[in-house]
Design a protein around this ligand. Structure first.
Ligand SMILES: [Zn+2]
Length: 830
């Protein structure tokens, strides 16, 4: 490996002849590249230096900013000639895809997009981005004659700097190659995710994070032919590049498959010459649409993941299990090699890339032509916001019947449409992405996969839907929009129904403004309208101390697009009156959430983001290491994210939590957090299946080579199930009597004997979408999905299926809000 480094240095010296003032990364940074980790601002400075030296060939553009205010940069490079026409090249490409209208003068110019360091602690690739641009502009500039290269040096600067700053302050000099040295063991949460601890390589389709949102805007302006996402894997793995593993999604074209192989063969040439090991066609498949390889693939590109051995454990150098010292220099050299090789092969095939890219956007053969979605206006709106992020067009139905596959019943059905129903057609350039996101069931060529196998958007958004084989005509624009609310100073109060996250945001803002709000546990009718369970009532008499009560309520209503109804009298036509014990005050809860070691950083991040960026309600984060000394009585609600608490929750801590619950606390346990309570004294939670019976499922004489595949019968790799819901329980207010849940694994719990089973699976549950093995299905028989157990004056709420998972299962979020605000609302005053 030292040899290859010497080779780079030799190249770096000779290259300076080509551009007088153009500095190599090593020259610019003042240290040999790969001998230190470069901080984000230095990386940005280097690209700006390149732009300043070669302004006719390089353009740097800031396309966004992270949560921690680091810039997100894109760097465009090509020949001078191409850069002069860059806007035309871009527009021609969009015309070729049909995204822009107008005759397409096909380019013969390849567009290659290289994305680095989406996982912050896979830190070699940002280093490689600097060497790659330098090489492309010096020794490989021939390729730029017919190629536009777009470099994103770092998709995730907050995560990368978290890693780099930690490493820089931790590592010894010289670096220690002993795997056990502290410099090879990152502390929680590690540098992989972004500020809110989201995995940005699972966020492309849902675009919940600012980095993704900013990137999609520029990505959709370009739609490149090639997209590479640079990663790192474990220190004992060599290098992975295309072609990818099965399963491939069925929208992937033969050309996309074949060109992956060509690219891989080109890389192999360089790797073989150097004696570097690699593997292909294993492990990293092309199915789940939210990755940096699949998303671009479904948008017409050859989307690929490249994985170098390294990761957060590798530091500047580490002795791996094969006795090799793996250095940062090795890692960035390999990534530089595949980056350049990608540009080379793309340049060689530029014409073909353009033709095939255009062909990808022919969507005439897709089975379903239109997806029609029906449901609450807020949910429809929430879905249109997602479609807007991808610049997918949609319209609204014109009325009349539509027949097709009915998502609710999982069979042929029909829908009487109204002009409020959303229609998303595959007869548009991004039709294949529409299919991927909306289709009821994704075809699987292999059940062994790297991620979830179900994400169908109608289920995630809680909308009724029909997939139709014919085109459904649409109106361009909606419908009434939100009605402007009208205040009435002689009203007893205002009432608003409880249906969506929008209502939840409205409630949260009222509470933050010290406005007292009630909710009803029983339906009531007043002024000719029936209000369901969960409807909010803002009573004037409760808010005597609030100055300008009506104005204040209506300012908040307008900013949340809510339309509360003015009610003249608290005397209801039927059902409870406003003063009834069934109409309860929402006690604004003080909420704490566990973070740190033993919690899943992803799950904690989802909740953190939810409170801060979605619900806008304050929450206190408590580190697990402080829980034993924390005064829990300051909080009404304690949220335990998904996690691995078995080594943490000892008897003392469990007792402390129980005492707090008994005195009126509300514990919300999510996913893995339930494990620590199952079978424990006073908790009514039991695993549905014992370890013994799982063991009995194993085929003991299975062949060695078939073992992994045989085990898939015990797996659920993200599958959607229809649950029964008791929507008379406050945990399910705002829901129907069914709910489609996303199961991420096969862990299951029995129905509670002494508690409320609010959402559950009955006899012989069947997955409506996604993969679930036959043995795993048996374990789900009569199992809990969401439930509440009373303990003393408090409650434990069990959320078996994490409704916050990657923040995309929109329709699950209200369960969590209900858990906070409505369930067992008799909170002790603090
Ligand atoms: Zn990665």
């Amino acid at each position: 490996m030292i040899k290859s480094f010497a080779f780079i240095l030799a190249f770096v010296c000779s290259a300076s002849i080509f551009a007088q003032n153009l500095q190599s990364p090593s020259g610019f940074l003042g240290y040999d590249i790969g001998t230190k980790f470069t901080r984000h601002h230095q990386v940005m400075d280097y690209f700006k230096h390149i732009e300043a030296q070669l302004p006719k060939q390089v353009k740097v553009e800031q396309y966004g900013q992270t949560n921690e205010r680091r810039p997100l940069l894109l760097v465009y490079l090509s020949s001078e000639e191409n850069m002069k026409n860059i806007e035309q090249i871009r527009e021609n490409n969009l015309k070729n895809a049909g995204v822009l209208e107008g005759p397409s003068t096909t380019n013969d110019i390849a567009i290659v997009w290289l994305s680095y360091n989406v996982h912050g602690n896979e830190a070699s690739s940002t280093e490689a981005s600097m060497l790659t641009i330098y090489k492309l502009l010096t020794e490989n500039k021939e390729y730029l004659k017919n190629t536009v290269v777009i470099i994103d040096p770092c998709i995730n600067p907050d995560g990368r700097d978290r890693y780099v700053n930690w490493y820089n302050k931790t590592a010894s000099v010289p670096y220690n190659i002993d795997q056990q040295a502290s410099e090879h063991s990152e502390p929680w949460p590690g540098g992989r995710p972004n500020h809110y601890l989201f995995d940005l390589n699972r966020d492309w389709a849902w675009a919940t994070q600012v980095e993704t949102q900013a990137r999609l805007k520029v990505y959709n302006k370009w739609l490149p032919h090639i997209h590479v996402d640079f990663h790192e894997q474990g220190i004992n793995e060599p290098y992975y590049f295309a072609p990818a593993a099965e399963p491939f999604h069925e929208v992937i074209s033969d050309w996309q498959r074949n060109f992956q192989t060509q690219i891989g063969e080109n890389h192999a040439k360089y790797f073989d010459a150097e004696g570097w090991l690699y593997f292909t066609r294993e492990r990293f498949d092309l199915l789940y649409p939210s990755y940096g390889d699949t998303y671009p693939t479904y948008m017409g590109a050859i989307g690929m993941t490249y994985e170098q051995g390294g990761h957060g454990r590798a530091g500047l150098g580490v002795l791996n299990d094969e006795g090799e010292v793996l250095t940062l220099v090795d890692r960035l050299t390999h990534h530089t090699t595949t980056g350049i090789s990608t540009v080379e092969i793309s340049s060689q095939n530029a014409k073909k890339l353009n033709t095939e890219f255009g062909n990808y956007f022919d969507n005439s053969k897709l089975l379903y032509k239109s997806y029609v979605l029906q449901g609450h206006a807020d949910k429809i709106e929430s879905l249109t916001l997602l479609l807007d992020k991808h610049e997918i067009s949609y319209g609204f139905a014109q009325g009349g019947k539509v027949t097709g596959f009915d998502y609710w019943s999982s069979k042929q059905g029909q829908l009487n449409t109204t002009t409020n129903d959303l229609v998303v057609s595959t007869n548009q350039p991004k039709g294949k992405m529409v299919k991927v996101l909306f289709e009821p069931n994704t075809a699987l060529s292999d059940s062994l996969t790297y991620d979830i196998t179900a994400w169908s958007v109608p289920y995630a958004y809680g909308l009724g839907a029909i997939a139709s084989k014919s085109n459904v005509n649409t109106n361009d624009k909606l419908r009434n929009g939100y009605a402007t609310p009208v205040s009435n100073s002689s009203a007893t109060g205002y009432v608003i129904e409880w249906n969506s996250m929008k209502d939840a945001q409205f409630l949260a803002e009222l509470l933050k403004n010290n406005i007292k709000v009630r909710f009803t546990e029983k339906p009531f009718t007043t002024q000719g309208k029936t209000y369901n369970r969960g409807s909010l009532i803002i009573v004037r008499g409760d808010n005597k101390k609030v100055a300008n009560f009506d104005d204040k309520v209506f300012d908040i209503a307008i900013s949340n697009n809510r339309t509360p109804n003015a009610i003249i009298s608290g005397f209801s036509t039927s059902g409870p009156d406003f003063g009834s014990p069934d109409i309860k005050l929402v006690n604004a809860p003080k909420i704490a959430i566990l973070s740190g070691d033993y919690t899943s950083s992803l799950s904690y991040g989802e909740l953190w983001h939810f409170f801060e960026q979605q619900l806008h309600y304050p929450v206190t984060s408590i580190n697990t290491k402080d829980l034993s000394s924390t005064n829990l009585s300051k909080y009404n609600v304690l949220v335990m994210p998904d996690g691995y608490y078995s080594g943490f929750l000892n008897e003392d801590l469990t007792d402390k939590i129980k005492i707090w619950v008994r005195s009126g606390g509300k514990l919300i346990a999510i996913d893995g957090a339930l494990n620590s309570f199952a079978g424990k004294d006073d908790f009514g939670l039991k695993r549905n299946q014992t370890e013994d019976s799982i063991e009995n499922n194993q085929n003991k004489t299975i062949k060695y080579a078939d073992r992994e595949r045989d085990n898939t019968k015990n797996l659920i790799t993200g599958a959607i199930f229809k649950t029964d819901v008791d929507n008379t329980h406050p945990l399910a207010f705002g829901y129907d009597d069914y709910y489609f849940t996303l199961k991420q694994g096969n862990t299951s719990y029995s129905l509670l004997d002494t508690g409320y089973n609010v959402a559950y699976l009955g006899d012989s549950p069947k997955n409506v979408s996604g993969y679930a093995g036959q043995e795993a299905l048996k374990q789900l028989n009569k199992s809990l999905v969401f439930g509440e157990q009373r303990m003393g004056s408090g409650s434990v709420i069990y959320i078996v299926d994490n409704v916050m998972f990657r923040s995309f299962w929109e329709n699950g979020k209200l369960f969590f809000v209900n858990a906070i605000f409505f369930v067992n609302n008799n909170l002790a005053e603090l």
